[in-house]
Ligand binder design. Sequence first.
Ligand code: TGC
Ligand code: FAD
Length: 392
Amino acid sequence: MKQDLFESPDFYNLDDLLTEEHKLIRTSIRDFVKKEISPYIEDWCQQASFPKEIVPKFGEMGVFGPTIPQEYGGGGMDYISYGLIMQEIERGDSGMRSTASVQGSLVMYPIYTFGSEEQKRKYLPKLASGEMLGCFGLTEPDYGSNPAGMVTNFKDMGDHYLLNGAKMWISNAPYADIAVVWAKNEEGRIHGLIVERGMEGFSTPETKGKWSLRASATGELVFDNVKVPKENLLPGKSGLGAPLMCLDSARYGIAWGAIGAAMDCYDSARRYALERIQFDKPIGAFQLTQKKLAEMLTEITKAQLLAWKLGKMMDAGTATTAQISMAKRNNVEIALNICREARQIHGGMGITGEYPMMRHMANLESVITYEGTHDIHLLILGHEITGIPAFK
Ligand code: TGC
Ligand code: FAD
């Protein structure tokens, strides 16, 4: 019996496609998650508490902005490394991966890609080390899947901008030191602005009562005549394409992250199937249980292949939005299905916090919705196939 079919199934020997450095990165993040996240995650989730002490620890481990160049505090790594980091964090919990992917892909990435040299020097090293936490404000109460309709706006007041509006469902918001906010100017053109905690008229009320991503803090961003210095506008790109480029990077990370959650559930199910005796046999001896396990392993293997090839295309700079959508959509869906099947294998025990399935399953209900819903990704693929956008 192959031992690597347990914790981290590698049925197609995909490790052959990784470098020694990739494997080292994966091992170090896996060890970190086992020590700093897994023993506490159930309590954090039960208490709906965001462990803010994890932020500098993540910084120390280099999980923030792994692909950002080292001169700005990033890791200077490739996209496969980034993916492996997301996979290992999400094996621990999707909410913890959210914290990392927002900081890296949705805050550091736009500052690095569209920011001025001063903005890069001012913010990136502190974000990389975890001295600062950031959030990304695109979604609004009336504009989720359709961010182009956003109403948050800013006016040029001569020596500063005046920002008004509100964002909702923003990961990290209640604890964030800065927010990258997407808003329209007087001509209706979308721009990114860096808003700092402490600016008058800026507040970040927490969203309570979530049944999903309970260890991740979610909140609103409210702008009531906030004076934003002109040097806080991201000068490099305007239009909806700018936030959509950030989403390409974050959705890629999710495609890997979801595999981590799936592996954790599969691992638990396989162990339980071999230990739990019913009708004088391990339940893993029954064909129906074997079917579930075989299908889980098949879907994990297919998802690994999609993620790895997408990573190579990200490194080559050739990955398209539709290719990223396919991987995000597929991998989150299979992870959710695997959580449900693994929960069934655990019978009644599967609904308790002693096992990770219910937590992963509830988390993945957010993951299948944020960064573009499951159906929006299907429509992005439909657009690619037919050339006809069916969004509107
Ligand atoms: P559309 O007309 O297609 O495009 C508008 C402009 O953007 C350009 N563009 C891109 N540019 C760069 N990269 C991309 N990936 C791009 N995709 C499109 C496009 O060429 C066009 O440019 P221009 O110059 O012609 O203006 O836009 P649309 O309004 O029809 O919308 C398309 C749609 C529905 C696919 C898009 O709006 C979408 O993806 N909606 C989903 C929204 C979404 O994903 N929100 C996520 C919020 S952030 C989040 O959830 C974080 S969770 C974090 C966590 O905790 O992990
Ligand atoms: P809606 O857009 O109202 O969609 C509702 C339903 O209608 C969905 O099933 C959708 O697929 C469907 N639908 C919509 N339009 C179409 C169409 N044209 N055709 C067919 N079906 C359609 N946003 C941020 O900006 N930053 C964050 O950090 C962030 N973090 C989040 C954290 C959590 C926990 C959650 C739950 C969300 C977060 N989001 C964040 C917001 C997230 O991106 C949105 O929830 C998501 O884009 C969907 O928007 P919506 O919730 O308004 O749903």
